[in-house]
Each structure stands twice: as structure tokens, then as C-alpha cells.
Design a protein around this ligand. Sequence first.
Ligand SMILES: Cc1cc2nc3c(=O)[nH]c(=O)nc-3n(C[C@H](O)[C@H](O)[C@H](O)COP(=O)(O)OP(=O)(O)OC[C@H]3O[C@@H](n4cnc5c(N)ncnc54)[C@H](O)[C@@H]3O)c2cc1C
Length: 404
Amino acid sequence: MADPETFRTELRAWLEQHAPASLAGSGGGELEGIWGGRKAVWSNPDAKRWLDACAERGFTAPEWPRPYGGGGLSREEAKVLRQELAQRRMPPPLIGFGLTMIGPVLLQFGTEAQKREHLPKICRGEIRWCQGYSEPGAGSDLAGLQTRAVLVTGGPEGDHYLVNGQKVWTSYADQADWMFCLVRTDPEARKQEGITFLLFDMESPGVSVKPIALISGSSPFCETFLSDVRVPVANVVGKVNGGWTVAKALLAHERTMIADAFGGASGGGRTRGLAARAREAVGVAADGALADASLRHRIAQAEMDTRAFVLTTQRARDAARAGHAPGPESSMFKIYGTELNQRRMELQVSIAGPQALGWEGPGFDEAELDLTRQWLRSRGNTIEGGTSEIQLNIIAKRVLGLPD
Ligand SMILES: Cc1cc2nc3c(=O)[nH]c(=O)nc-3n(C[C@H](O)[C@H](O)[C@H](O)COP(=O)(O)OP(=O)(O)OC[C@H]3O[C@@H](n4cnc5c(N)ncnc54)[C@H](O)[C@@H]3O)c2cc1C
């Protein structure tokens, strides 16, 4: 391993050359960022250049092994990379479910062939993934899922599964290239024991996707219908009927990712500018303090809570990098991060007053309209990846050891 400070010096020179100035300060929000994929639209060509340059150095997945497209960086080097990107306010070169969910799961459970096939494409941002877990009758009770996969052996197409069913709330299914999906392969077994984890291309015949409009005005959600979709047996991750173990590991990564979005480097920026905006809105008293004492208190509290949470999640992340896969603490972080974010959004809306209630038409600028939508979107954070009530159940059972 190179000395982290030598690495920092080399990295600064590299960033000088490759980090486009046009991206600095952008891409911090959850709905922004570079997702990649076959359907990516590059409104700013610098974003594509930034992705390609980082992918070539393995910086999209800094700590993944080099043979799979990662950077092979040590924990210390990866930390230096995060620090340098944050200092320049550069967005991550790539975000998405490939890097944060299915990638780590393939590293843990995938066959060598699956790792070599999928991980480099994830690192280069070539393939965008979506998550086919929830169904109309299976949300919190995920193990109750009904999508069936029936094994068909022999024949010219080789052994494959024929998948039929419906998924719902599939975020970005209309923009994704591949899905990781839970299917029932043994309807007779106890419900958790008859589930298999499958991967398939969204362009496979029989896959159709219908967007669902949201309260926020956007429509990242979809219903996904699967009708006689053929999936090669080589696309099973883990054991047949052993998908529940893989599914739970992925959920821990998902909850960590959601918590990270509110407690990581980007979360740390979420109170930036609040005090200045509040000063503009309510003015300052004779002693220079914010005129509204209760608002001053709320801003200080949000700032302190955010900083404490950033430090706590960083500590947990360091432990995770030392080889501890995220456990039930991911549930604690998910609850705290998402509720903290809702409080911050409420605060921003209070400061903006009626200007935070815009929808369309004149009288509101882009930033104000964006605030309204982000505030509405923050409601979904305590539902996606498992609701807060479900996280509390997990904490009660697995952290506190309380009986059912
Ligand atoms: C923004 C967003 C993005 C999402 N993206 C995806 C995606 O990409 N892919 C995907 O597969 N799914 C996705 N989902 C779906 C999400 O995982 C489910 O909405 C979630 O698991 C809750 O399931 P449900 O909606 O069926 O609610 P239900 O399970 O019907 O729950 C309704 C209410 O009952 C409570 N409840 C249920 N069971 C219990 C219990 N045992 N104890 C206490 N309370 C209980 C819940 O907490 C909730 O308040 C997304 C959801 C959101 C909001």
C-alpha cells in the first residue's frame, strides 16, 4: 500500500487534470448525480468525461478489487479520495443500485463468472440496475412474495427459469438495464425457504414497465410485469431456494446506503446555507444574532445532530471497511438518518415560508420548486428499504434481544 500522503499528492495532480470545474458543487442531492446505464442522457458532457476518467482509475468503486473494475484502494487511500472529492465539492463519479446494492452482494455471494460479468460493467457505469423486491401483496411482509419461477430443463435454450408475476414500486425500472429480483421457486416450502435471487436483463422478452406518478410530481416508480420471462439458471445468485439470505444481506446494504445519503459526505452538506437563508428571511437582532430565537435553536440543533450523525456513520463505515458487513445497526442508521432528514426539510420549508409551497407557474424560482419536491420526497425515505416500524421491530429483536 502506498503511503496515504503520497497517494494524496498524486491524487491532487490527477484531479487537477481530470476533475471538470463545471461539476464542482453539483450532484449532492439524492435525485441528482450520475447514474450511467445504456439509457443515460448526458446533458453535461463533462459528467460523462468525469465518469470515464474515474472508472479508468477504479475510482467509481475505490475499494473493490482491481480484477472486477475497482480501484483496489486501501481504507486509508479511499478516505483520502473521499476527502479530496469533498474538498473540491465534486459529485461522486457514479451512483446507483449497482454500486451500493447488487455489487457488494455479488462480491459476497456471486460466482466468479457472475463477478467478472457484472462488476466491471457496474464500475464503468455501463449497466444501471433496479430492485425487484416489492409486490402488490408483499411489502413489509416481503417473504410473502408470489412471483413464480419455474425451472425448464433441456431444450435448445438450455436450462432456464420461466418467471411470471408482478413487482411494484420498482424505482427507475423504466431507466434500468438489469433487475435483481426475488422469485418463488418452491411454493410448498416455508415462505422464507422457497425464494431465489435472480438477475435478468430488462430487455428480455416478457418484461414490461409502467411508471407510477408520485405526490412530488416526478415518477421514478414503476410497476413491472413479468410474463414468461426466460432467465438462465446461471443467473441465480447464491443457492436455489436460498435467496432469503442474499435478500437480507442486500437490504442491509440498502439501509446503509439510505442512511449514508443523509449522514455521509453529502448529508454533511445538508445544513449548509441554512443560517444565511434564515438571516435573509427573518433578519438579525441588534446583537447580530438571528432575530427569531426559536428558529435559531432549531438550526443549531439540526447542525449538531447532523454533525454527530456524520461522525457516527463514518465510524461505522470504517468498521465495515475493516471487514464487518453491515448488521442490524443499518436499521438504526436508516431510521435516524431518514427522520433527521425530514426534520431538516421541515426546517427549510419553515424558513422559505410560502415560497416553499410552489408547484408550477410564475412566482417561484427553480430552487424553490426543487425545495417543495424534495420536502415531499423526504416522506418516502421512512418507507423505502423497509419502513421505520419494520426497522424498530428489527432493532427490538436483533439489537435489544426482546421477544417476538
Ligand atoms: C421512495 C420509495 C422507493 C422504493 N423503491 C423500491 C424499489 O426500487 N424496489 C422495490 O422492490 N421496492 C421499492 N419500494 C417499496 C418499499 O420497499 C415498500 O413500500 C416498503 O417495504 C413498505 O411496504 P408496503 O408499501 O407494502 O407497506 P405495508 O407493508 O403495507 O405497510 C403499511 C404500514 O404498516 C406497517 N406495518 C406493516 N407490517 C408491520 C409490522 N409487522 N409491524 C409494525 N408495522 C407494520 C408499515 O410500517 C407501514 O406503516 C420503494 C418505496 C418507496 C417509498
